[in-house]
Design a protein around this ligand. Sequence first.
Ligand code: MN
Length: 247
Amino acid sequence: MRLPTRRNFLLSLTALFGASLFGSRLNGRALSAVGTPPATTGPFQLTEMPYGYAELEPHLDELTMAIHHVRHHGGQVANLNRELERFPRLAELSIEEVMKQVSTFNASVRNNGGGHYNHDIFWRVMAPAGQRGEVSAPLLRAIERDFGSFEAMRERFFQVSGGHFGSGWGWLILKPDGSLAITSTPNQDNPLMDIVAERGTPLLGIDVWEHAHYLAFQNRRGAYIAQWWQTVNWNKVSELYARGSIL
Ligand code: MN
């Protein structure tokens, strides 16, 4: 019998979780704690991570990232696909379109569809060191116009995300009139939904549920927000701004 080499072990992890985990530092014990994404068939797919779970360290830890992606996001995708039986038209809609008419579905689509959209954007607005880029000139001009300065925008984002009561998300949004705003939403709601008070296209979103930070930061949400801010992929945020409002 051949003993598994480190390379074979990593290749089998890659087969289980996709290429993103290649080079992971998770050991076997941590891996068994994470498990695998729930099996699901349907139009909605768990986002393939654009980087490895360990690549946001030292700001966000690998185990939190893995559990968050595989169990939390994976569970929401599986639950959302289950609603296809009740709502066959889900098969023809993008997740953005589902969000924009979420009031025509049920609580499960609101919570699990919201969770899918929110986590998908969350993974994409973070990036490993060296790939985070800078705020584009047009986005910076809009930030200075609407908040006074980049620093004032950052302070407002920390205030609103840190001050949100209970589980939810903090957002930088592009409103349909072209202005920027910082808002928060409860649970898995988001500013694209036709049921929220202040609507807009998300450019940046932070998950402030405890599962996003409890392993490394426990209840210190402010410390988590400050570390998370270091991982923001300003290239992606600028790209979302350049795409314009989708409302
Ligand atoms: Mn989450």
